[in-house]
Ligand binder design. Structure first.
Ligand SMILES: Nc1ncnc2c1ncn2[C@@H]1O[C@H](COP(=O)(O)OP(=O)(O)OP(=O)(O)O)[C@@H](O)[C@H]1O
Ligand SMILES: [Mg+2]
Length: 447
């Protein structure tokens, strides 16, 4: 899933507007044109645009007035103003009123696309800063979602939109991509931020203790129930409950969970009293739930209850542009943790980090940097100090071993992903026995 920027063109000349839209679509953007200011304003009310191209000479409302209103109703969008026979004064006035760029007609399509690309870049930086600021404001840099890829910025955008609502969110993505970090940020930026954030590791839930763990139990309800206890739902009251690895619970537990989500009421084991629960639910999964549904392991109705707002985090290898900024972030954090001064990273080491496949995603990158910072003797981390396999070598035996190791590790992680973390099944997929799998996992630092 790659995010395509959304662009609105406001052009008094309908044919010219359509030509600009065609050029934008050809360049890979989503784009739409309208030929008049008022229509543009109602469009902006409905849809959020990353970039707005505004013809100051469009009929109806004066262009500068349209610009002013765009800035008021969607201050985050970037405006490129254009006019025929533009003067310096008009350009200055438009920029003062909040346009990021100014173009005088006629212009070459390349110049137009360049201006749009520049606008998108600054929108990206704005978003990045907004995500960063939200973290910084609360002194929570370790909880910040770092990244500049369109996918991450889109996720950051979604988090900000969904956080203040009570909508249920389902975070999808493979191991180590940042699912829990997303859940925490939804809570942190929500109105529930001063209330608890309760994590439930669904993989660790035992069928017989499910109700008691989740809903609590009344004193004397079973042998050993010496006190009345509160379950996870009650503990999360007013706050957020994070149901991690939701696909790991049995269909029986799924039905009981579904009932709570529908009724928003629980009763403790051994008690008939109904207790209303006010919690926001965020769930996460690293499995393909549609397959789990097809294969009868996951209830479809529960899926629809949870997947109200889906958030997908792509693997790191599909958003490599995030690697340098993540490396910088982890270098600074690791340095705060241990060393007095933060080491740098050599060009060759960075190249290797960019080329590596990252089967363990951001967690693996974080551990790699921490390891390198701890073991690095000099001021700069070189490629030899990275605990990751060599890239495919041109002839060198060692490199070949490295790349074999890398693909073996990748296969193991894929098998674990397919088996939902069940080692016995993963070993079956790989055609090796469980003991060999355990040994290989230890060797590659998995699990
Ligand atoms: N975009 C990001 N910016 C900064 N840190 C990140 C980012 N994404 C993940 N991390 C860090 O990487 C580590 C793994 O993230 P997290 O635990 O959220 O992943 P996960 O998807 O829940 O993994 P798993 O499926 O294994 O439970 C954490 O230390 C987290 O803080
Ligand atoms: Mg997790």
């Amino acid at each position: 899933m790659t995010y395509r920027a959304n662009i609105l063109v406001i052009d008094g000349d309908e044919t010219a507007g359509e030509a600009l839209v065609r050029a934008l679509v050809r360049a890979g953007y989503r784009a739409k044109s309208v030929n008049e200011g008022m229509r543009a304003l109602s469009e902006i009310d409905r849809v959020s645009y990353d970039v707005i191209v505004l013809d100051l000479d469009a009929p109806g409302m004066p262009g500068m007035e349209v610009l002013k209103r765009i800035r008021e109703s969607d201050p985050a969008s970037i405006v490129i103003a254009m006019t025929a026979g533009g003067t310096i004064d008009a350009a200055v006035a438009a920029m003062r009123a909040g346009a990021r760029d100014f173009m005088t007609r006629p212009f070459a399509p390349e110049a137009f696309l360049e201006a749009v690309a520049g606008a998108i870049e600054s929108r990206r930086c704005d978003l990045e800063r907004a995500v960063t600021d939200a973290g910084e404001a609360e002194g929570a840099s370790e909880y910040r979602i770092i990244g500049c890829s369109p996918a991450v910025l889109r996720v950051a955008d979604l988090i900000r939109q969904v956080a203040p609502t009570d909508s249920t969110v389902l975070v999808h993505g493979s191991t180590g991509v940042g699912k829990e970090l997303v859940a925490w940020n939804i809570h942190r930026l929500s109105l529930r931020r001063d209330k608890p954030f309760v994590v439930v590791d669904c993989g660790a839930l035992v069928e017989s203790l499910f109700e008691s763990e989740m809903f609590g139990h009344a004193k004397g309800s079973f042998t050993g129930a010496i006190d009345t206890t509160r379950g996870k739902f009650e503990l999360a009251s007013g706050g957020t409950i994070f149901l991690d690895e939701i696909s790991n619970i049995s269909t029986g537990m799924q039905s009981r969970l579904l009932r709570v989500i529908e009724e928003r009421e629980i009763s403790k084991v051994g008690s008939l009293e109904k207790i209303r629960v006010d919690v926001r639910i965020v769930a996460a999964t690293n499995r393909d739930l549609s397959r789990e549904i097809r294969e009868g392991r996951f209830r479809e109705d529960l899926y629809y209850r949870l997947n109200v707002v889906p958030i997908y985090l792509p693997p790191l290898r599909e958003r490599r542009e995030d690697i340098p900024i993540l490396v910088e972030h982890f270098l600074s954090r690791a340095a705060i943790g241990g060393r007095a001064c933060r080491p740098g990273i050599s060009e060759e080491a960075m190249r290797r980090l960019m080329e590596y496949d990252w089967p363990g995603n951001i967690r693996e990158l974080k551990n790699t940097i921490e390891y390198a910072v701890v073991t690095c003797c000099g001021e700069v981390i070189g490629p030899g100090e990275l605990p990751i396999a060599e890239p495919p070598a041109c002839g060198g035996g060692e490199g070949l071993n490295g790349s074999l190791a890398q693909s073996e590790k990748k296969e193991i992680l894929r098998a674990l992903e397919r088996s939902g973390g069940r080692k016995a099944r993963a070993a079956e997929f790989l055609g090796i026995n469980r003991k060999t799998l355990r040994e290989k996992m230890r060797r590659y630092g998995i699990g």
